[in-house]
Design a protein around this ligand. Structure first.
Ligand SMILES: Nc1ncnc2c1ncn2[C@@H]1O[C@H](COP(=O)(O)OP(=O)(O)OP(=O)(O)O)[C@@H](O)[C@H]1O
Ligand SMILES: [Mg+2]
Length: 237
């Protein structure tokens, strides 16, 4: 069984189905990307995996356990965390307090301190400005903070919803190389990213979502050279 298995997942907002019965899986240690145009259902899918939305049908299995219907904090405790679209940091709180919110469900103080040190190693700017309010940060710095906060729950599977949104090319590269580094440390990653080129270059596997359904999937390398992907996501004709 894969680390994450999604079977026949449907999610609706009122009467409108945003996700229409999708199947996908993420193997432990992989980077898997979900591609799709605006409104395809990527964020809805991630929020449902996190327990923030309830599916109207289907099953979600993580680590051999069924997690659909589980409360969001239980999902995080189980090892599945998300860095949300648009970051959602708390601007008036300090950098450090924002990070500690990611560890709210943990009781192992020594482990939390070790993870804080690890996040500070990954993102030096967070360490240098740990006492400053997060609202003074640039977009890229806030993105690092959002990723750092998600890492503070010590996830085994980290979901990232458009981590490079609004970032400079340099900052984007930084985020992408951090994803590769996390993978090499054993973190499994489910990545939603507008920059399909960057995402597919990293990904072991990719799924293309079109209006709530999975249109096709393949390895990252194969999708990079797939005509349908090149036209729709890589801006080529
Ligand atoms: N809270 C909501 N209430 C009603 N409809 C919603 C809500 N959130 C999303 N939707 C709709 O569900 C569909 C999927 O939205 P979703 O945010 O999952 O797309 P997405 O793939 O993440 O898009 P984007 O690339 O723009 O972030 C869209 O049609 C959207 O308008
Ligand atoms: Mg989205």
């Amino acid at each position: 069984m894969a680390m994450l298995e999604v079977h026949g997942l449907e999610v609706a907002y009122g009467r409108v189905k945003a996700v229409k019965g999708i199947d996908f899986s993420v193997e432990e240690g992989q980077v898997v990307t979900l591609l799709g145009t605006n409104g395809a259902g990527k964020t809805t899918t991630l929020r449902t995996l996190s327990g923030l939305l309830q599916p109207s049908a289907g099953e979600i299995w993580f680590d051999g356990k069924r997690i659909d219907g589980m409360a969001a904090h239980k999902v995080v405790q189980g090892g599945l965390a998300q860095s949300p679209e648009g970051r959602r940091i708390f601007p008036r709180l300090s950098v450090e307090d924002n990070l500690m919110l990611g560890a709210f469900a943990r009781r192992d103080r020594a482990g939390v301190q070790a993870d804080l040190a690890r996040v500070f190693d990954l993102f030096e700017v967070l360490k240098e400005r740990r006492k400053q309010s997060a609202g003074t940060f640039s977009g890229g710095e806030q993105q690092m903070l959002a990723m750092g906060r998600a890492l503070m729950s010590r996830p085994r599977l980290l979901m990232l919803d458009e981590p490079s949104m609004g970032l400079s090319p340099l900052m984007m590269q930084r985020i992408m190389s951090t994803i590769a580094e996390l993978q090499s440390e054993g973190v499994t990653i489910l990545l939603v990213e507008q920059n399909a080129q960057a995402a597919l270059s990293l990904a072991d596997k990719g799924y293309v979502l079109e209006v709530g359904s999975i249109a096709f999937s393949d390895t990252g390398q194969n999708l990079l050279s797939d005509d349908r992907v090149r036209k729709a996501y890589l801006g080529e004709d």
